[in-house]
Design a protein around this ligand. Sequence first.
Ligand code: E4P
Length: 219
Amino acid sequence: MNFFLDTANLDSIKKAAELGMCDGITTNPTIIFKEGKDHKQVVMEIGKLVSGPISIESVGETAEQMVEDGKEFVKWVRNPVIKVPMTKEGLRAVRMFNKIGIKTNVTLIFSASQALLAAKAGASYVSPFVGRLDDIGQDGMVLVQDIVQIFKNYNFKTEVIVASVRSLKHVEDAAKAGAHIATIPPKIYEEMWKHALTDKGIEMFNADYKKSLEGKVKK
Ligand code: E4P
């Protein structure tokens, strides 16, 4: 399973990349806006830290505008993926990008039918948004399970990026469902490392090691 980071925060990306835990990055206009820097500058900085795929979102309304955006974005990083919305124009853009060898990530997927359409159009990735489905009282992870099953049934090459991740459970359930990728916000990524019993165990082993050095014997 690949881990992407769902952020444009350079410090978070650097830390995860140093540990070999950052297989790629997903961004969107909101994520980049949060960093308070120029869009192009941020993406180019990310590109210096990460060799894996970096999703950059087009906000074009027509397929032609999306392709125009994409042709510019691919100059910014080594491994670009153009994010397009799950619309008819977005899927028309996917076909156009395929003809010129540019990878795509169809975003804002909320149903299995949408994922199926995107895969048939030849998308490199689809991004089902689990958290936003949970927010409206649906089970986002059921959608992930369905998409993984459908893609297996027909040997689609399209990879599933579990997006809108809000908890450790989302990451673990994405892995259980066999999703290719989870794109994880830095806060959740940090939580993945932690367990109170790990800290307690380290504390106890360190204390006992010190006692052994001091020649104290357990009675
Ligand atoms: C990733 O590609 C999405 O842009 C992101 O996961 C959306 O997450 P949100 O629902 O928390 O905004």
